[in-house]
Every structure is written in C-alpha cells, then in structure tokens.
Ligand binder design. Sequence first.
Ligand code: SF4
Length: 412
Amino acid sequence: MPTSLYLHIPFCRHRCAYCDFNTYAGLDELKPAYVRALIREIRGVGRSAQTAGVPRSVHTVFFGGGTPSLLSQKELTGILSQVRESFELTVDAEITLEANPGTVDLPRLAAMREQGVNRLSLGMQSSDADELRMLERQHGMEQVQRAVSWAGQAGFDNLNLDLIYGLPGQDLSRWEASLETALALEPEHLSLYALSMEFGTPMRKWVEGGRLPWPDPDLAADMYELADELLKRAGYLQYEISNWARPGLDGQPLACSHNLQIWRTGEYLGFGAGAHGCAEGWRMRVARSPRAYIERLAVPDWTEQYPFSPAMSSREYQEPEQVLEDMLILGLRLTREGVSEARYAARFGRSLEEDFGAVIDDLLSVGLLEKPGWGIRLTSRGRLLGNQVFERFVGQLPRGRSAKTPNSTVRI
Ligand code: SF4
C-alpha cells in the first residue's frame, strides 16, 4: 500500500487563544532556513528509502500547521518538487494544504492548484464575529467567503471547512447559524471539532479566571447532534467522529484520504518540527522546536537508516499488542466502516472475538457498539461517548505475548 506524507509548517501570524498546536508567531525570519531543512529531510529520507529498497509510492501529501498558506509560492514549489523527486506520487495523489482565510488570494490559489495541490482546508471556525474575536482568529466571515469563492475560481473542487463548537457562551442558535453559513458555501467536506480547553492556553486561563464561562459539555453534545441532523439533511455523509463529506460519484463520502490512512493504521512519514510518523513498525516524533529542527538537519551527511532522520527526538518500536489496540481505537473513529473482522484477521491472524470479545460484548449490551455484519462500529450514542469506548480497549491485551517484543523507546 502506498504511504502518506505529513509536512508540518509551524508558522502563524498570531497564536489563537485556544491553540496548543506546535506553532509559533513571530518566527518568520526562520522560514527560509526551515524550508531548506524540510527539503533536506525529505531528500534524505527518500534516499534512505531507496537504499533500503523500500517502495516510495505516496498517495497523499498533507501540508499542516500552523499556517502552511504563509509559505511563499516559491517555498511551496520547492518543497513539492523535492517530494516528487524523492518519492513516487501516484497519478491521483491527494495533496492537501491547510490555509487560513486572509492568507490567500486568487493568484496564490491558482498557483497552488497549478502546482498540484488539489484539496484545500480552510479554518473558518465560526461565522459569528464575536466568537471569532474571542478565539483571536485573524479573519472575519467576509474573508472566508472570499477565499471559498477564489478557491472555486482557481479550480479547487475538494474544499474542507473546519468549524469549532462548544465555545464559552455559545448557544445552539449561534452554532446553527455557523453551520448554515458553512453549508451555504457548499464545501465538499466539513470537520467539526469540539473546543478542548488545553492547559497553558490563554482561553483556559480566561475560563479559570472567571473571565469566560466554562463550556457546558451537555450543550456541546446537543450541538454535535444538531450538526449531525443538519448535515445529514444537507446530503453530507458522516464517515468519522468529527468529519462529514458529500458523496462522490460512487456514492462514497469524499473523505480526506490522508486522514483515512492514519485512521486505518496505514504507514505515514512526518516531516517538519513536531511531526509524527509511523512506518516499519516504528512510531517516530521529530523535535518540536523549529530552531532545534533546523540545527539537527544542518549535519553535512547522515547515517540514519529508513525511516529515521537526524531531526527525530524519539522513536518507539510498536509492540504487536499496541498495534492491535491502535487498529481498534482508530478504526472505531470511522463511523461508517468501523473495524472489519476480515481485515483484522488478515492483518493479525487472530479474530476480534479472540482478542476483545468480552469488551465488545459489554459495549454491545449497553448500546455503544453495533455489529453491522462485517465487524463492529460505534452507534450514534457511542459517537458521543467515543473516548469512554476507546478507553475500554486500552491495556486489554497482555504485553509480551509475541516472540518479537522489542518495546524499545529511544529518546534521541
Ligand atoms: S491559525 Fe491554527 S495553528 Fe495557528 S495559532 Fe490559530 S489555531 Fe493554531
């Protein structure tokens, strides 16, 4: 199966109040050196894949961040050219770029499209001016509308909009207005995320200090159900806990193939500061700091073998039991396909029943899982309580049953 590439661009114009991603404002002077380091990393890992005789076929590339749309056209072109030189992109490869409204214009979008970017993901978040201000987003709804219109003119026919719900002070009618506004823009794909109050963010401090109310989790659950209903009525198909898409010509949702690769526990390589990767049985993480990333890649030559690079700060060999649990937990996020008995047995030579029978029976009996015939998947109630379902699968399998249990975590 072809692999996937994630490329992290850790620059933003401003840190939004709720954000805890590995991203930085005010580091623009590092951008040229960072892009050079990224290109070196892609080239080096591509070369070591070739030396190791590993197939280099790639079917998805995802520019995430951060704000990848802050890259200049020349920088984006340079990175994509290196990807094409070091790996073999399939003819129909999905190439996604995350962008913030206000950082794109028609010539930029047209140039990206020309370079082969064929999926655009815009951070809309809300249509409400007060909510956008509270989130400290650097755009208004007019900029979202303009960006969507330019994307269409530039030839993008696979557009995602990200929205956030469960905000302090948000009520159902405001959320409904944001959803209706997003639907009116007719995107192919919608990602809806519940706000998470991450430690260390300004928003968490404001809530803890009483400046903003704590979001109500029951209200957030109502918002999720409202979204599900509205999107279903508008013809969208839910395919993952937080993701909906319009059906394509084959009737299947126009899903994000890159994220499907991860949810299906396929292999992917992560490049750039803080990126994660998973390949050849290893889980790897790149150093978080952009400066450290640049320094680590400044070595004239490197001896790391595929799939490693000198920029990695840790790597862990996955015990087989860990892989089984990941397949369950990530697969159950896929609300349509769930976890297939046949795929599980083909991959691990054991049955779902054998490994997780007791937990599955329990979750079936309380209505959080269902068995549609080919395997298991979450019920609509299970989607609301996903984390509780996933927790039940963790640690179910005794570690060290396999003859091959390297279990080595290496901090580099
Ligand atoms: S634009 Fe996105 S990545 Fe950047 S600070 Fe805001 S939420 Fe975080």
